[in-house]
Design a protein around this ligand. Structure first.
Ligand SMILES: [Zn+2]
Length: 214
């Protein structure tokens, strides 16, 4: 893993606006019910802007976004307004300097399939045209995977478990599922993170529909 950042540099205000844009868009999709979901954008190697705990994410404003130090919030006393799910975002930034934005939401297809397939540890996706929306995928004949992890209310511990599994994952992934909970997706910037989340959610909806009919 390189220490060289490859994410686009953002000013603090631009990162906050990127977070607001992601949160409101996800609210419009109906993927963050009852104040759930979290959205973040990296500022630099040490800091990220991230939605604060609580609040309807579809109505996020500047007042609902905090700037969090990555290391302090993973190992020290967390920011008083850091969401319980904040460590899962921050661990991704710590592990991979190429990540510029992270989105977490609860699309129904992700929540249902993650619980159904937890025993397998992943969902294998193949044969769908929409796979080409994932970075590096050029054909529907490819195979992509979404890892699945058991839910855990200790999110620092869960973040480390994800980190260890990702380090040895054999193919590039830009998201993972938490069983009975939801999906995390990321990209080099907010635009790519949104595209990845939208593509994964659509692919999972297709798979859920197919499973219901067979
Ligand atoms: Zn959640």
């Amino acid at each position: 893993m390189s220490a060289t950042p490859t994410f686009p540099a953002l000013t603090e205000p631009d990162a906050i606006q990127a977070v607001i844009g992601l949160a409101r868009w996800c609210g419009q999709q109906g993927w963050v019910p009852a104040t759930s979901g979290n959205f973040s954008a990296r500022i630099d190697l040490a800091r990220a802007a991230i939605t604060a705990t609580g609040g309807d994410k579809g109505e996020t404003t500047e007042a609902n976004v905090i700037v969090a130090d990555i290391d302090d919030n993973l190992t020290g006393t967390p920011h008083p307004r850091l969401s319980a799910e904040g460590p899962l975002h921050l661990q991704l930034y710590k592990d991979d300097p190429s990540i510029g934005a992270v989105v977490h939401a609860h699309p129904v297809s992700a929540v249902v399939l993650s619980r159904r397939h937890l025993d397998r540890g992943k969902i294998v996706i193949e044969g769908w045209e929409m796979q080409k929306a994932i970075r590096g995928i050029a054909t529907h004949q490819s195979t992509i995977e979404l890892p699945i992890f058991a839910n855990d209310q200790d999110t620092r511990r869960l973040g480390l478990r994800v980190s260890q599994a990702m380090a040895s994952w054999t193919q590039p992934v830009f998201g993972y599922l938490i069983a009975g909970h939801g999906i995390y997706a990321w990209g080099k910037d907010a635009r790519e993170a949104r595209r990845h989340l939208e593509a994964y959610a659509h692919l999972l909806t297709l798979i859920l529909e197919e499973e219901r009919r067979t």
